[in-house]
Design a protein around this ligand. Structure first.
Ligand code: F6P
Length: 523
């Protein structure tokens, strides 16, 4: 909960919070099916964003709860916080930086001039480099055009581009793009065995250019290029391009300046798919499709900043999530895309949501006094139906679900697509309706909430909209919890201890020492 310094709004936030807590004690009496029969409910909670239709009406919230949640958003100054973010104020306080990813989709005032210029210049470079690679003008040292690109990166430098390239397979007209993230050497070694070095481009994607996994994978790829092409320092050739916020580090790694794409430090890793980190997307799909992806996201940003709160989709998604998370004590949130090409969307969301809001310290540095980010999980339907849906329907744990589908799919066949969509809609209905049966094993309790998000078709624009929707939802929740959604200090300790182990430290507890011995990492 926000511990805002404005005492009057702090008090009203506490009042609203207390009222919601009172309502939550009686929440089991909320009957979603009955709520749905109320006049205007469907109208009120289904919102058409053009390419994306969102139905929130099967959620376990009443009108009274929604009113209080909207009051909470107002008292927590969520939209004011969003405006502070977009105007470049320091919202990432622990790292003393702004969070300007929205500016990548619409680089225009009131953003700082310097930022706008850098984004536009980098977009021009993205366009030109990706065009040369796609049309064969960019050649390797033996004169061969590029047939294969390896994006080496991890976290935000991998998940976004990998997910988008997979999701938008229908639009792939450029060279093959492979993604290597894990330091598990079996991955890169087996990929390299299938490639021709003379026509391969290595794209090193790392905001900081310090990430151990990325640097080791890059070294392995460079060693391979060196042997296969009989060339010294392959990083200085047309076989290597770097994308980073730290140009100097890439330069000292030996990458020529004209082979370095950059993006501002104010773009967090998990928010960087909109930046030069989207280079692999441009290579695979073309820069024009990348621009459509950005424009889809920009449309949602405008909606988020301008739509009335009661029709504001990311705001409502965030608030309803707060209701489950903070008042109904629900721990998880399931996301089930009914589109196999969106399989990696869940992985992408896990970083976006859990790295942003998996925090227990407020912006002021105090311990939070309420639950923060949920555990996000899921997989594609219909596969999930044959795995974990048993628990969703009859288990003891409540897990609200977001179903995501596309109304049309040109890559599928009508009879397949009908079955796919019928399954998705049936699941949301079954979860809500349940079924009475004399046999307790065959009884479905029902009253289990879900939302359904329908893209009219999975394409660059609608995918951009979908991602921005979740980004803003995560933002809303972080603002209400008054946490910093833009840092990720929680991932640092493990990195330090890995280095300590690799450095030969012997100061470990008995379990750790035994494991190190057993694995040969210590004597
Ligand atoms: O360790 C977490 C993290 O910092 C993520 O936030 C980030 O997306 C990822 O590592 C990769 O970082 P980089 O792009 O600097 O290599």
């Amino acid at each position: 909960m926000s511990t805002t310094t404005d005492t009057s709004s702090g008090n009203s936030t506490r009042d609203t919070w207390a009222k919601l807590e009172t309502l939550a004690t009686d929440a089991t009496s909320i009957n979603i099916a009955e709520q749905l029969n109320l006049p205007a409910r469907l109208d009120r909670l289904s919102i058409d964003l053009g390419r994306l239709f969102v139905d929130l009406s099967k959620h376990a919230v009443t009108e009274e709860i929604l009113e209080l949640l909207l009051a909470l958003a107002e008292e927590s100054q969520v939209l004011e916080h969003a405006r502070r973010m977009i105007t470049g104020q320091t919202v990432n306080t622990s790292e003393n930086r702004p969070a300007l990813h929205m500016g990548l989709r619409n680089p225009a005032p009131p953003l700082p001039d310097e930022f706008i210029e850098q984004v536009k210049a980098e977009q021009t470079k993205l366009d030109s480099l990706s065009r040369q690679i796609r049309n064969g003008a960019w050649t390797g040292i033996t004169g061969e055009p590029i047939t294969d690109v390896i994006n080496i990166g991890i976290g935000g430098s991998d998940l976004g581009p990998k997910m988008v390239v997979q999701a938008l397979r229908e639009f792939h007209t450029g060279p093959k793009v492979h993604f290597i993230s894990n330091v598990d050497g079996a991955e890169i070694l087996s990929l390299l065995k299938t490639l021709n070095a003379a026509s391969t481009l290595v794209v090193v994607s790392s905001k900081t250019f310090t990430t151990a996994e990325t640097l080791l994978n890059t070294q392995t790829a460079l060693d391979w290029l060196e042997v296969e092409l009989d060339v010294e320092k392959p990083q200085s050739t047309a076989h290597c391009i770097a994308i980073t916020s730290d140009r100097k580090k890439a330069q000292s790694f030996g990458i020529p300046d004209q082979h370095i794409l950059t993006f501002p430090d104010s773009i967090g890793g998990r928010y960087s798919v909109w930046s030069s980190i989207g280079f692999s997307i441009c290579i695979a799909l073309g820069f024009d499709n990348f621009k459509s992806f950005l424009s889809g996201a920009a449309q949602v940003d405008q909606h988020f900043l301008n739509a009335p709160p009661e029709k504001n989709v990311p705001l409502l998604m965030g608030l309803i999530g707060i209701w489950y998370n903070n008042f109904m004590k629900v721990q998880t949130h399931a996301v089930i895309p009914y589109c196999e090409r969106l399989g990696l969307f869940v992985d992408y969301l896990q970083q976006l949501d859990m790295e942003s809001n998996g925090k227990s310290t407020t912006l002021e540095g105090d311990s939070v006094n309420s639950e923060t980010g949920p555990i996000v999980w899921g997989q594609t339907g219909t596969n999930g139906q044959h795995a974990f849906f048993q628990l969703l329907h009859q288990g003891t744990k409540l897990a609200p679900v977001d179903f995501i589908g596309a109304i049309f799919d040109d890559l599928s066949k009508p009879e397949h697509h009908r079955v796919l969509l019928a399954n998705m809609i049936a699941q949301s209905e079954a979860l809500m309706k349940g079924q009475v049966n004399a046999d307790p094993h065959r009884q479905y309790p029902g009253n289990r909430p879900s939302a359904t998000l329908l893209l009219d078709k999975l394409d660059p624009e609608s995918l951009g909209m979908l991602l921005a929707l979740y980004e803003q939802k995560v933002f809303v929740q972080g603002a209400i919890w008054s946490i910093n959604s833009f840092d990720q200090w929680g991932v640092e300790l493990g990195k330090q201890l890995t280095n300590k182990i690799l450095g030969g430290s012997s100061e470990h507890d008995p379990s750790t020492s035994a494991l190190l011995k057993k694995t040969g990492l210590s004597d």
